[in-house]
Design a binder for this molecule. Structure first.
Ligand code: ZN
Length: 205
């Protein structure tokens, strides 16, 4: 395998990137000078150096000088601690955050549960979620969990899996809600605009 093929294979593993697009990236890089490529490799190599995983929401964040193991959102005292929004991935959280329509806290599942999956707990952070909910209800008065997964077959499956699981747990006082009709079929949180998210949140049920 030559260098072009090798790099094409790597880019082909990126989410949403097919082999044709992967090849375009490679040819794009071939048109760039040495400085551009060096800068790219340098940034790739340092990407994980200053990145931590938040101890509460599990998203990736740039660790600052502080020793805290919490991201900026989770260490913010002004966030409402009664509501927890469960999202599939970091990009969803970032988009909801960008729209500014939500002031509670988040939990990043780290994926979806495919239909007929036998071991969901191996794919998403189910156990972490359950213990977080339990301790937050006890210590911070958490009373609502918003299951904000995508409106597509895998997102639906993930939502109903979590719903069943959380209903089964002894936490009867917990309100479970899902985003309302504002979100149309095929919607991913990552790409929703502020208006859509706002109405989906207001209409949650
Ligand atoms: Zn966090």
């Amino acid at each position: 395998m030559n260098a072009i093929e090798k790099l094409t294979e790597i880019f082909g593993k990126f989410p949403g990137i097919g082999s044709r697009q992967a090849k375009r990236f490679v040819y794009f890089l071939l048109t760039k000078d040495r400085l551009f490529l060096e800068n790219l490799s340098k940034n790739l190599l340092s990407l994980k150096k200053n990145i931590k995983v938040c101890g509460f929401c599990h998203r990736f964040y740039q660790s600052e000088i502080s020793r805290s193991n919490l991201c900026r959102i989770c260490s913010d005292k002004n966030r409402e601690v009664e509501t927890l929004m469960v999202v599939e991935k970091d990009a969803d959280l970032e988009n909801v955050e960008r729209t500014g329509v939500y002031n509670g806290r988040y939990f990043v599942l780290g994926g979806v549960v495919p239909i007929l999956e036998k071991n969901p707990e191996k794919l998403v952070r189910v156990n972490e979620l359950l213990s977080l909910i339990e301790s937050e209800m006890k210590n911070n008065g958490l009373n609502e969990v918003i299951l904000a997964t995508g409106v597509n077959p895998e997102g639906d499956n993930t939502r109903s899996f979590l719903m069943t699981l959380l209903k089964k747990s002894k936490e009867k006082k917990l309100k479970l809600s899902t985003l309302g009709r504002g979100l149309s079929t095929g919607t991913e949180l990552e790409y929703s605009d502020a208006e859509t998210l706002k109405s989906a949140l207001e209409n949650r049920h």
